[in-house]
Design a protein around this ligand. Structure first.
Ligand code: ZN
Length: 366
């Protein structure tokens, strides 16, 4: 018997006035729904993860995840998920809205602990606002200390929820309503304020973040009998870039740009050229510690603009390959990376094809 995390990502986002369904808008570099998916995976609490969506998503990108079609309304999507899980030996299900991207592993653990002695556990917040209730034409006060604002994941014993769903005829807005309609007991636990729901485009504006910029520059001499690497891509050329590493000027400039925006000194400090540890290192391997720093400090990349300064190779021929490579290496959407080519009127060592230079500006959010 195992637990399953169900990510509901099929909503029509009626209140979210944007051409893209909100579950797929980019939030901190990723489609919104991927944030909860990653937390569920990282928590290692689930044998199964199920995404319910009406959008085609690339299966290859989410290997350990089942993807099924959603319904018209939320409760139809949940019903599809429960039917899919029938006979799959599921003990508990955690049903979560993709529109809550700031789910924490801590909350998942708390829910799991409470499921040991309960069939239904739902997180809630107290209301910070005074609440009124309209009944026909009369508006009544409600005692806000007795208001429970429910969040997700809402967690249930699979068999019990399955049976309630099977017999349900009403339109419900969440699974907790179904439980309450059937006079079933729910253990409510205090949720997490950060686990808020993004409902309208305006909600995104309130997610304040600070923006930082970093600049990077690099130049390496071209020498014969060495392979040329630019942006992590091997490029057929008469020479390669001289250096301690593979001399990839694009990656070196990006690393300096990222370190600059994070205010973490420079590439030479992190990878001293007198250290034999880094001799002949492929520059793409130098990226991972920098990306770790980025993640640990809660930065995300807004965009990267690159000037590659050389007479040859011609940037127009290698642009797409390099952007794809950078997008993979940095885990950043391709359309956030721009690569421009700049020749130097055959002037100086760059003009004589004896060197290649690169400059980069990186923008980060924290
Ligand atoms: Zn360099």
């Amino acid at each position: 018997m195992s637990d399953c995390f169900i990510l509901l990502s099929a909503g029509k986002s009626k209140r979210f006035k944007s051409k893209i369904n909100k579950q797929f808008i980019t939030y901190k570099n990723k489609p919104l729904f991927e944030h909860s998916l990653k937390i569920a995976q990282d928590s290692k609490l689930f044998k199964r993860i199920l995404v319910v969506t009406n959008k085609k998503i690339k299966k290859t990108k989410y290997k350990s995840v089942d993807i099924i079609k959603g319904g018209v309304e939320r409760y139809n999507s949940t019903a599809n998920a429960l039917r899919f899980l029938k006979n799959k030996k599921i003990k508990n299900v955690y049903i979560h809205d993709a529109a809550r991207p700031n789910l924490s592993i801590n909350l998942l653990r708390k829910l799991k602990n409470n499921l040991k002695n309960n069939y239904a556990v739902v997180p809630y917040l107290n209301s910070e606002n005074s609440v009124k209730y309209r009944n026909n034409n009369k508006i009544n006060n409600l005692n806000r200390d007795k208001i429970l604002l429910t969040q997700t994941p809402q967690c249930f014993n699979f068999n019990e929820l399955y049976n309630l769903y099977k017999n349900n005829k009403e339109k419900i807005t969440d699974e907790a309503s179904l439980y309450l309609n059937n006079n079933k007991k729910i253990k409510f636990i205090l949720g997490d304020k950060n686990n808020f729901k993004i409902t309208t485009v305006d909600d995104l504006k309130y997610l304040k973040s600070e923006t930082y910029y970093g600049i990077g520059f690099d130049i390496h001499r071209l020498i014969k009998n060495k392979k040329l690497f630019l942006g992590g891509v091997k490029i057929p050329f008469h020479s390669g870039l001289k250096g301690h590493s593979d001399g990839d000027v694009i990656l070196h400039a990006i690393i300096d740009g990222l370190l600059g925006a994070m205010r973490k000194s420079d590439i030479g400090t992190h990878f001293p050229s007198n250290s034999s540890k880094f001799k002949n290192i492929r520059s793409k391997n130098m990226l991972s510690p920098v990306l770790k720093l980025l993640n640990h400090n809660n930065f995300s990349i807004n965009n990267i603009d690159i000037n590659l300064i050389c007479e040859n190779p011609k940037v127009s021929r290698i642009r797409n390959k390099i952007i794809k490579s950078l997008s993979d290496l940095l885990s950043v959407n391709r359309n956030l990376i721009n690569l421009k080519g700049k020749t130097v009127e055959k002037l100086g060592i760059i003009g004589k094809e004896q060197a290649i230079a690169c400059e980069v500006v990186c923008s980060l959010s924290k």
